[in-house]
Design a binder for this molecule. Sequence first.
Ligand SMILES: Nc1ncnc2c1ncn2[C@@H]1O[C@H](COP(=O)(O)OP(=O)(O)OP(=O)(O)O)[C@@H](O)[C@H]1O
Ligand SMILES: [Mg+2]
Length: 578
Amino acid sequence: MARRHLRYAGPRMIHVLPPEIARLIAAGEVVSRPLDVVRELVDNALDAGATRVEIEVEGGGLSLVRVRDNGSGIGAGSVELAAVRHATSKLEPVAGAVERVTTLGFRGEALWAAAQAGDLHLITRPADQVGASEVWAQGESVRVGRAAAPAGTTVTVRGLFARLPARLRTQATPAAEVREITALMGRYVLHHPGLHWRLGVDGEARLVHAPTDHRGAVASVYGPLNANRVLPVERPAHAAAGSSVGVRGVISRPELTRARRDRMHFSVNGRPVLAPPELERAVIEGYAELLPAGAAPLCVLDLKVAPGDHNPNVHPAKQVVALADLGGVAARVREAVAAALAQHPLARAAPALIAPPTPAETPRNGSFPALTLVGLYQNLYLLAQGEGDLWVVDAHAAHERALYERLTRELSAAPPVELAEPELLHLTPQQRAALHERAAELRGWGLEIEDFGAGLARLRTLPAALAALKVPRLHEQIVEGALGTGPDPRRDVLAALACAPALKAGMLDHGRGTLVLEALAACEHPWACPHGRPTTLRLSERDLAHAFGRRGVRDVARGRDATPDVAPKDTSSDAGRH
Ligand SMILES: Nc1ncnc2c1ncn2[C@@H]1O[C@H](COP(=O)(O)OP(=O)(O)OP(=O)(O)O)[C@@H](O)[C@H]1O
Ligand SMILES: [Mg+2]
């Protein structure tokens, strides 16, 4: 469980930090939007060792944020300090203590900041205390009372920014804030999968998670299809091997890729952080040639570093941490990812992806099997047989992949085509900014767009391979992709253009299906479409046989029953191979 990062040592007294220490950890604005309140209250619940955290949000968090936990609670002896500025139980009042923190909080500012921004109510009881305490805080005024409550803490913040109209005016819409709160809670679930989590929005459950492992958390957040396609990563810190960095979590199998890095999640010592690009790159490098260029995997990686090797005190929202040895951490991440993939059959087949094809009977890509079409399903899927197993190929995705690779090959094959009548385009401010940034890069592959100022631009040349395409809104699609927000404009343009002419449901027949299978097998990266969705699923004959209560062909042939989930690559003697 990721919680092991957090050292919980029972309820401790809250004390006010001396000014010289408080100055060292001055945070900046801790609460500037409802999301900040949610994050701070959840951090407090985790620091309190809770195993159950329930979050309720109303009106986008402006009306109400409530976090209930079953953690340590706050003892009656120091509860009146909870919402006082620079009062904390987590930091010793000595210089240098911040370098040793193992908790998510340490500044003693979050509850105070929440009480400045709204009306804070807290009710809390340590398990061994008779009777609970209640605190009301608003601005600097704090009132304490007694109450009855279960062990743990419930903090409610109401009327956020009601007293700060200027702040209120700059808030996002409730729907937008809820979207981000949901995304943030998803990240907490991914990094702390061993807890009970519940997020309710305006009385309706949005995210519910019961304790599992990282894979289960991926199921809670991204659905079971994604969860079925992740591999565990486990690289504990190993002092003997000279690494004090531990890496643990899951990464997606190579066939599950995305065009964006939006599902790459990292935590450092239990805190979900916005990862430095170096760490994202390290993960991608760990896949080596298993990932198509520009593609990103899904990953959830919990990094554990020695407290002194990171500084969480560099950002008011603590979303960014400074790592003393970022290069070393990145190397460890790369190694952990590569090691996890190396244990996977698809990864073992990987060298074949780049090795020159053997001149034997299979002159093509060595890792994609020879498939024979046996039928069409729903006018969209190809059912095929190969290596003794049943394969289901998404004809559209496969055709798209093949077209995409063809366009990529042909893109620079011929000189660009000059448009007879250069087309005038309207650009948004973002597109214009993108044009300034990438004009040279675009020209490099044959796309010349001139900025005219006043929101206008002129399309002068197109790559020859694209100019000839019969695609609706061709110029518009090219410009949208080239000047879009994606990290790889060339890929975005080609992926969009490959999608339009690719076979749709209803256009499929046996002849076309066979052609698609052949085109896919000839691809350099046949396993995923350019948008990162899989092209091909494999149903192992053995699983099928077992489901029917039979022994599989291979079980019979090899006289064994227990076999790994994924059929081995070495199936040369299999029945059913053609
Ligand atoms: N859910 C909770 N369970 C138990 N104790 C809590 C809880 N929330 C707050 N506390 C206590 O109140 C103190 C103040 O909380 P607050 O969040 O303001 O500061 P912090 O967590 O110490 O530091 P930071 O400002 O970095 O979050 C904490 O140090 C802790 O002792
Ligand atoms: Mg806190």
